[in-house]
Design a protein. Structure first.
Length: 378
């Protein structure tokens, strides 16, 4: 009886272990096929599971991430911008392709290629496109894409499978994503607040400061966030336009929104360590006067200098924080009553002379009109 119980317990333990292993394997499976529009219909769940299994087999065999996404909302991005951002945020490896089927337009064949896929898969664009468009449904189309890509990778020589694409190939691929609307500098003025000369000067300043601290310091103006957070806005801007130093895309952005007159300072990557809560509060205080007065060029330059100072200070592992903040020029202005009194006195003087001038003109007009009436009566 004891032997039977022991065997039973052993079988139970094996069963539990096996079930746990299976469950872990299922949870660890990457989600390469995503249906955000319910385009797969009633067969959605089973088809998604089957196609994700196929995509995961490709990933494990070739170390390529092949994404297929159906969506009705590109969140304000172009199809390829959306695809690039998706790959950057989700891919478990460096090489792969993202197919985004935007249901309102036939854009699915405009694919985004990452890493060695630029030289291995991109040249087979027409083959993949034909396989997709010959399919009758979304699930079949997705399966045809995965099969076509698998066949391409299967015939690719091992030494070329993860080979670095040439500089020319990389440039051509990035130009396809960027199109003609890609920002051309670390300062981007979408809200139209700066003169051309001011924007040029600011870009030169930010370029020099970014090299100084080995972090990208950027300034962007726009009208509104359009349904996303400031951090999401900054992350997109960095990813889509190639900003950010190192593998963590480190840098900091000052984002100003003209509709609401709000601004945000968003550190990204390793730069987050340089900007403590006290540090961010300090910088906001330094910029407040120029921002509220509409002195945007001065505020943006001041931000660049402060960001550079904070990033350099943090390189020794001791960022600016409470009790260890730089001297505040904004505080000096507030604490200088003579300067404030002088400004107020000058304003009163000007206002006084304007009032006197208006009274003189009014008196002159009244005298002229009175003389005119007297002459008419004579």
């Amino acid at each position: 009886m004891k032997k039977f119980i022991a065997v039973l317990m052993l079988v139970s333990l094996i069963a539990v272990f096996f079930a746990g292993t299976v469950a872990f394997g299922e949870s660890a499976q990457q989600q390469f096929v995503v249906d955000k529009f319910n385009a797969f219909g009633t067969v959605g769940e089973s088809e998604l599971q089957r196609l994700n299994t196929l995509a995961n087999e490709i990933y494990r065999k070739y170390d390529y991430a092949i994404y297929y996404i159906v969506t009705d909302n590109l969140t304000g991005l172009t199809n390829q911008e959306y695809a690039k951002l998706w790959f950057m945020e989700n891919s478990p490896c460096e090489d792969g392709v993202v197919f985004v089927d935007y249901v309102y337009k036939d854009y699915a064949y405009e694919m985004y290629y990452a890493g060695s896929a630029i030289s291995t898969i991109k040249p087979e664009y027409e083959t993949i496109r034909k396989a997709y468009y010959d399919a009758d449904t979304y699930p079949i189309g997705c399966e045809e894409i995965l099969k076509a890509v698998s066949a391409i990778l299967d015939k690719t020589p091992a030494e070329k499978l993860h080979a670095e694409p040439t500089a020319e190939e990389k440039k051509a691929a990035e130009e396809e994503v960027a199109g003609n609307s890609s920002p051309s500098g670390r300062a981007v003025d979408k809200a139209g607040l700066l003169k051309a000369s001011e924007l040029k000067s600011l870009n030169e300043k930010l370029d020099a400061l970014s090299d100084s601290c080995d972090n990208d310091i950027t300034v962007v103006t726009d009208r509104a966030l359009e349904g996303i957070t400031a951090t999401e806005y900054a992350a997109r801007h960095f990813v889509l336009n190639g900003y950010g130093r190192g593998s963590n895309h480190s840098g900091v952005m000052l984002l100003y929104l003209s509709d609401s007159k709000e601004w945000y300072i968003i550190p990204l990557g390793d730069a987050k360590a340089a900007f403590t809560d006290a540090g961010l509060e300090f910088i906001n205080g330094e910029l407040e006067f120029e921002m509220l007065m509409g002195k945007y060029p001065d505020a943006f330059v001041r931000f660049g200098d402060l960001a550079n100072d904070f990033l350099l200070k943090a390189k020794d592992g001791k960022p600016y924080d409470t009790g260890d903040l730089p001297e505040s020029t904004a505080q000096q202005v507030v604490n200088n009553p003579n300067e404030i009194t002088e400004r107020n006195g000058n304003f009163r003087q000007v206002l006084k002379w304007i009032v006197i001038a208006v009274l003189i003109v009014a008196a002159g007009f009244a005298i002229w009109y009175l003389v005119k009436l007297i002459r008419e009566q004579e």
